[in-house]
Every structure is written in C-alpha cells, then in structure tokens.
Design a protein around this ligand. Structure first.
Ligand SMILES: *Cc1c(COP(=O)(O)O)cnc(C)c1O
Length: 406
C-alpha cells in the first residue's frame, strides 16, 4: 500500500490551524506578560489580548464577553458547571438530570456529585441517540436544579434538539447546561436562542490549541452563578482562579473568529466528503450500518458498524495509514464496547464492530478515497478469515449460536 498517513479522528482533537499558531506566537516571548499584572505594559498588553479573544469567542456564540469564563478545557468546564451549580444551588435542591451518552467529563462529575449527596437521573436515549423529550420532562421534580445534555455526541455526531429541551427547562424553571464541545465552531451554537444557561467547550476540537477551554455562564435572565472549584486570586470574576493561559486564549479567540467566518463552507464541504465516504463503503461492502440519527448529525462525522468484523482488529489492518477511533475502549485487560453505542441499543457485536470517522478542515477528497480503499481491503481481509462471516454467507443464523463464555 502507498505510504500515507491520513487523519480521520478530528473528534479526538483537531490540528491547530496554522493561522491560529501564527497569532499565538508573539505571546510566548515578546508579549509574555501576566494578564493580571496591572502595573506595567507587559500586563496591559496581555490583558488586552485576552479581552480581544474573549470578544471573539463570545461573538461566535452570540453572547456577552462577560459571560465567558476561560478554563483549561472542556473537562474543567464540565466539572465547573456541574459541581459549581450543585454547590451554589444546594438550598434549592440536589437533583440533576443528564443522559447515558454524555462524555465522561460529565458522567464522572455526576458520580462525584452523587458521592457528595446529590441525586442524578441518567436518561436513556432512543435508538437514534436522541433524548426522549417526554421522558426528560417526566424526570423533572421539585428538587431538580440542573439538566445537563450534550449538544452533539462525540461518538456518533448526533445533535440533540436543544431548542425543545430548552423550552422544557424554561417551563419548569430548571437551569440547562450543555457540553457543546463537539458542536461549537462547526455548527451554529447560540445558547441564548435556545435557553441554555451554561455551555462547555474547548479550543482543541475547533482547530485551536490544547489546554484551553471556556464555560459560558448566563448573566441575565436568569443570572446564573457557579461556586468556584479552583480558589486563589479571584480571576475570571471569581469563578476560576489561576494565571490565564494568554497564548492559548489568544489562539482560542483566533480559532473562534475563523470558525465563525468559515463554518458554513467547511460544513458544506465536509458533509459532502462524509457522504462520499459512506456511499463508497456501503457500495463496496455488505452489512455496513450507520449508528445514530442521520438527519440530526454533525456534518463531518459518521459512525459505522461493519457486521461480523471486530473493530479493533479491523483498525489494526490500516492504522499505520489511517487514524480513526473504534467503538471499543480498552479498560485494563478487557475490551469494553462503547457505552454510547450500547445506550443506542446496539448489541455487543455491532458495538464492537464499529468505527468512528471524523473528518476535519484539513481532510481532502483524496484522503477520503484513499481511506475507502484501505478500509474496504481491511474489512474484506477480516471477513475472509472469519468463520462467522462464512456461516453468515452460508445462511446460518449466527445469532442462534450459543457461545462459550470466558
Ligand atoms: C473532548 C471532549 C471533552 C473534553 O475536552 P478537553 O478539552 O479535552 O478536556 C468533553 N466533552 C466532549 C463532548 C468532548 O468531545
């Protein structure tokens, strides 16, 4: 095989746009000041750069720049939103509602909250990955202080109906938080329009640098407050202390500006490439299934199950050339199927046979065509070696076989 290395794992992290890198560089040496140093020009320049970046990020979301709290990434933003609301609103109640398909940053924060005396409801999702709105509404009770539902799923790209969810929360006077890490910068995300009060996101999933993120916290109607999880110095309006990562924040701002200008054309191009990938693979191969809702889905993502092929093994056939993620997670010794795909009702076999392809700004048509060839060859190779595939082709009902457990 021709020697190439193609990156189709943009949901894990995106390359930093060279325009972003260029904007950051002066802030490492020339303008290296601490944005909190009020007494000299080094500090003033740094503070001005942070203010400008805050405007750029706020403008992408169509919110006020005072509503943007810079953090170290979406994991921290999720922690701050969930634990911060839990602590701040403890007199109102202790109940939080979320879903089973959230990112670990949300789920693990919820586990911690349960240990701190909170009560958490984990909603199932429908087969297509969408939240059942009636179920959500039924789960709200007088002690509910927060609903936390991700804007777009990192594994499937499924986009929730945030507007409808916002209306339900509004009706019951409950705060709504959304982990929008996979959506911000790629599709329009305007929290105020849909009634989202807290919104977590990160630079490195939108062509900015790693290690910098943000939390939008609504300041008006309602005025939302979160208890700081990091004390010391009172930066970021007291909600997140710590010296600001000035070069990172400057890069985040630039990434937001580029996203705002180029999002529509990127999305258009990427959805065409994504469809090209899907159509080619499903044309070349039998028994390929798309996981999750295909209408309400991020333009650059597809999650496919290749029936009777083990995803990790399949990946091994081409991972010298193509970077993707499989629907299995290596936890210590065993291979666990993705909890997101299991929540969609996929059996272990289909979950284990899944691969997530996430395209990005720097993915070309040639990249996609090369990937199609390599993946087609890989699947055919795996199926040629597979007794299960042989049985399936002979018409034996593979599901009727009782396997030895080990
Ligand atoms: C990547 C990701 C995170 C974590 O973001 P970091 O900035 O790496 O901490 C959280 N939520 C979702 C949905 C993600 O995709």
């Amino acid at each position: 095989m021709e020697k190439r290395l193609i990156y189709l794992d943009n949901n894990s992290t995106t390359p930093t746009d060279p325009r972003v890198v260029d904007t950051m560089l002066p802030y490492f040496f020339q303008h290296h000041g601490n944005a909190a140093s009020r007494s000299h020009p080094f500090g003033w320049v740094a503070e001005e750069a942070v203010d400008y970046a805050r405007e750029q990020v706020a403008s992408l979301l169509d919110v006020d720049s005072k509503e943007i709290i810079f953090t170290s990434g979406a994991t921290e933003s999720d922690n701050l939103a969930l634990k911060g609301v839990f602590e701040m609103y403890s007199r109102k109640g202790n109940h939080i509602i979320t879903t089973k398909t959230e990112h670990k940053a949300v789920l693990d924060s919820c586990t911690r909250i349960e240990k701190m005396g909170g009560e958490v409801t984990y909603l199932d999702v429908k087969e297509d990955g969408l939240v059942d709105l009636a179920e959500l509404e039924a789960a709200i009770k007088p002690t509910t202080i927060l609903v936390s539902i991700m804007w777009a799923n990192n594994e499937t790209g499924v986009i929730q109906d945030m507007k409808a969810i916002g209306q339900i929360c509004e009706k019951h006077g409950v705060l709504l938080m959304s982990d929008a890490t996979q959506a911000v910068g790629k599709i329009p995300v305007h929290p105020k329009e849909v009634g989202v009060h807290l919104l977590a996101f990160t630079a490195h999933k939108m062509y900015g640098p790693k290690g910098v993120g943000a939390l939008y916290v609504c300041r008006k109607n309602p005025r939302v407050k979160v208890t700081a999880q990091m004390d010391g110095g009172g930066h970021e309006r007291g909600m997140r202390s710590g010296t600001l990562n000035v070069p990172g924040i400057v890069g985040f701002g630039k990434a937001a500006e580029i996203a705002k200008n180029e999002m529509a054309q990127d999305a258009e191009r990427l959805s065409r490439l994504r469809d090209r990938l899907e159509i080619a693979l499903r044309g070349n191969l039998e028994e390929v299934y798309i996981n999750g809702n295909t209408e309400h889905r991020m333009p650059h993502v597809t999650n496919l199950s290749f029936k009777h092929v083990e995803g990790e093994g399949l990946m091994m056939t081409f991972n010298q050339n193509i970077a993707v993620s499989s629907g299995s997670a290596c936890t210590s010794a065993s291979l666990e199927p993705s909890y997101v795909l299991v929540a969609l009702g996929l059996g272990d076999d289909l979950a284990h046979s899944s691969i997530r392809f996430s395209l990005g700004r720097f993915t070309s048509e040639e990249d996609v065509d090369f990937a199609v060839q390599a993946i087609t060859a890989g699947v055919n190779h795996m199926r040629d070696l597979s007794p299960i595939w042989e049985m399936y082709k002979e018409g034996i009902d593979v599901n009727s076989i009782v396997w030895e457990s080990h």
